[in-house]
Write a protein that binds this ligand. Structure first.
Ligand SMILES: *Cc1c(COP(=O)(O)O)cnc(C)c1O
Length: 392
């Protein structure tokens, strides 16, 4: 039996009738760019995030970029985020002309360590972007406290956290704005590229809405310089259908995570993801940590089990950011995560049988390692004895 890392076809088969009807409605109405299907999805997604407004845009990257631009972030400003994220978080800062500043992450949650935040603030700091990595929110209370005290904006990178919660509050609803990606592989994925921003602030909403459409609110009357980042009508319709299923899909992911835990708890050398006491984790990614990653991934691959690394190189060590001159060792926790994490298969349609198989392969792999290490230790012991004898 093969266990894929992700199975988007299984999901399409479960909702194909609804999706096909919705797509044909868009085509029938030729409502391809923006339009009523996008507007309806925006209303539904705002309600889902318990926010006043949602603005559909072209991608998660553009959601972050436009949220920063609309907040007036630009040249000479500093924006604080974390190095263990998808590069888009940091690109959005750079694309505004601002300077990214990193703080390391917490060892348990892999999200921004609030204890390190204050030391990174300078007179030029304008905003903080906590990243809700893998489907678990950053520790928002202390982050919001510090941001308020220093007059900083907080933009949540919720691109991996559709439906995640912090002390009962949904991702995207705590900061000044929340940015989402609807890339196909995300918990809520379009059938192409799409993204969205949620906010409770009407001025921010108005500015993002204009920026995504060439700075106009009336056709050909441009109040500011913007871009084309309108959401496709087809994507709005697909997302509207899929949003209805998202709570069930997130619950299925949580059940799958519990099954992994049941089978893998206590495996020596394997570190499982932790759900923090403040969090409702929605397991976009189920990332474990292992000491000898290449061998571990080889074994999974040989057994036809899909796996991945999120992410192999932290952003401060990427070639694209080499010009900032941040050496290895700058953010030890993020760097250790980059060296040790492996993402196991995780999607709602994953079966108990498949999870059992993955767990079985992992348990046998670690047993084999322990055996080999024991064997090596025994040999070393004999060699040492020999050496001791020779010295004597
Ligand atoms: C996916 C993702 C993005 C970018 O979203 P796109 O839709 O691919 O542009 C940004 N930040 C994080 C954390 C992501 O996972």
């Amino acid at each position: 039996m093969k266990v894929p890392f992700l199975d988007l076809k299984a999901q399409y088969h479960s909702i194909s009738e609804e999706v096909d009807v919705a797509l044909h409605q868009v085509i029938g109405a030729t409502a391809f760019s923006g339009g009523p299907f996008v507007t309806r999805f925006e209303e539904q997604f705002a309600a889902f995030c318990r926010c006043k407004y949602a603005i559909g845009v072209g991608s998660g990257t553009e959601a972050l970029w436009l949220a920063l631009l609309a907040s007036g972030i630009g040249q000479g400003d500093e924006v604080i985020t974390v190095p263990n994220t998808f590069i888009a978080t940091v690109e959005a800062i750079s694309l505004c002309g601002a300077t990214p500043v990193f703080v390391d992450v917490d060892e348990q949650s892999y999200t921004m360590n609030p204890h390190l935040l204050e030391a990174a603030i300078t007179p030029r700091t304008k905003a903080v972007i906590p990243v809700h990595l893998y489907g678990q929110m950053a520790d928002m209370d202390p982050i919001m406290d510090i941001a308020k005290r220093h007059g900083l904006l907080v933009i949540e990178d919720a691109c991996q956290a559709h439906g995640a919660e912090y002390r009962g509050r949904p991702a995207g609803s705590i900061g000044d704005a929340g940015c989402f990606s609807f890339y196909p592989g995300k918990n809520l994925g379009a059938y192409g590229e799409a993204g969205g921003v949620v906010t409770n602030q009407p001025e921010l909403e108005q500015r993002i809405r204009k920026l995504r459409d060439h700075g106009q609110s009336r056709k050909y009357f441009h109040e500011m310089i913007g871009v084309n980042s309108r959401m496709d009508g087809l994507q709005g319709a697909v997302l509207g259908v899929k949003l209805r299923h998202l709570p069930d899909w997130n619950e299925a992911r949580r059940r799958n995570a519990e099954l992994y835990r049941t089978y893998l708890n206590g495996v020596d050398g394997l570190i499982l993801p932790q759900e923090m006491d403040y969090a409702k984790h929605i397991y976009h990614i189920f990332a474990v940590r292992v000491p000898n990653r290449d061998a571990f991934m080889n074994e999974l691959t040989q057994q036809d089990i899909g796996c991945g690394i999120h992410y192999p190189v932290p952003v401060h060590l990427q070639e694209a950011y080499a010009f900032m001159g941040m050496p290895k060792g700058s953010f030890p926790v993020a760097e250790q995560c980059a060296d040790e994490t492996v993402s196991l298969p995780m999607f709602p349609e994953l079966s108990q049988e498949q999870i059992e198989l993955v767990a079985d392969v992992i348990i046998r792999y670690f047993r084999h390692c322990a055996f080999r290490q024991g064997d090596a230790a025994a040999k070393m012991g004999r060699a040492n004895q020999g050496a001791a004898l020779a010295i004597r």
